[in-house]
Design a protein around this ligand. Sequence first.
Ligand SMILES: *[C@@H]1O[C@H](CO)[C@@H](O)[C@H](O)[C@H]1NC(C)=O
Length: 161
Amino acid sequence: MASRMVLVGCVLLLAALLQGATAVTYTVGDSLGWTTPPGGAIAYSTWANQHTFRVGDNLFFNWTGNHNVAEVSSETDYDNCNQKNVEMTLGSPEVNVPLTTKKDYYYICTVASHCSLGQKVKISVKSASGSPTSSTNSTASSLAVGSFSAVLFSIVIAFLH
Ligand SMILES: *[C@@H]1O[C@H](CO)[C@@H](O)[C@H](O)[C@H]1NC(C)=O
C-alpha cells in the first residue's frame, strides 16, 4: 500500500510539472490595454518585468481607438521608434501574437508619435519551461503535454480503484 501511494505521488508530481509547461496568454498592459500610457513607456516596461515570458506563450494586444502593433527586430529601432524596418503590423485590436522563439521581441505602435510617447514594449522570451531548446511548434507540444497528462491521470485512476 505504501509503495502504491509513493507511485501515485510521483505520477501526480510529474503531471504537475508537465502542466507548468503549458502556454500562457498575457494581456499586454493588463487593464491598461495597448494604448499611449499616461506616464510614458515605464508602464509597459514595468508590466513586462512582472512576467516571465516563455516560448509557446502568447501576447494579447487589445485596444480601442487608433493604434496598431508593429514588430521591429533591432533594439536601436525600438529605442528610436524607427518605423522604417517594421517587420509586420497588426491593425486590428484583440490580436494574439505567439512568442515562438527564444529572443527579445520589440513591439511599437506606429500611429503618429505614440511610440515616442511610450506605446512600446520589449518582451524577453526564455526557453519553454522544462526544455532547454526553443520549440517552434508550441501547439503540437502543448497537445502532446495534454495527452501525456491524460494518460498519467488514467494510470492514477487505475491505481486508486
Ligand atoms: C478589449 O477591449 C475592449 C475595450 O476596452 C473590451 O470591451 C473588450 O472586452 C476587450 N476584449 C477582450 C477579449 O478582453
